[in-house]
Design a protein. Structure first.
Length: 118
């Protein structure tokens, strides 16, 4: 069965260039300066990468006090991006639900921070 919603095929070599790693949210703050509602997140990506910052537009379904301790899947090799007065160093991934609210990508069971998705 053909899926017409796939935007284009990539090779394995292209895929492995994207570093998807798991990290644990250790801190979350409101981000009133952002153009779109967002939180500031600090994510522990293990000994090799340390704690990285991210801006995440997840305010519809998450509250600040619920976020610490959640393991999330991040793209760690995008160039840092300045968002208002905050430097976002990694991209936290998620999927839109039926109302276009972001649901965080996470893991079924805890894994070591910094583990890479293959």
């Amino acid at each position: 069965m053909q899926n017409n919603n796939i935007s284009g095929m990539i090779t394995w070599d292209e895929f492995i260039k994207i570093e998807l790693r798991v990290g644990t949210i250790v801190r979350a703050e409101s981000f009133p300066e952002a153009k779109k509602p967002a939180f500031k997140l600090w994510i522990d990506l293990g000994a090799d990468l340390g704690i990285k910052k991210s801006s995440a537009q997840i305010t519809d379904l998450y509250k600040i006090d619920q976020l610490p301790g959640i393991q999330v899947i991040c793209v760690v090799n995008f160039a840092p991006r300045q968002i208002s007065n905050f430097m976002s160093e990694v991209l936290v991934t998620g999927f839109p639900d039926s109302e276009n609210r972001v649901i965080l990508s996470t893991v079924e069971r805890r894994v070591p921070n910094g583990a890479r998705l293959f």
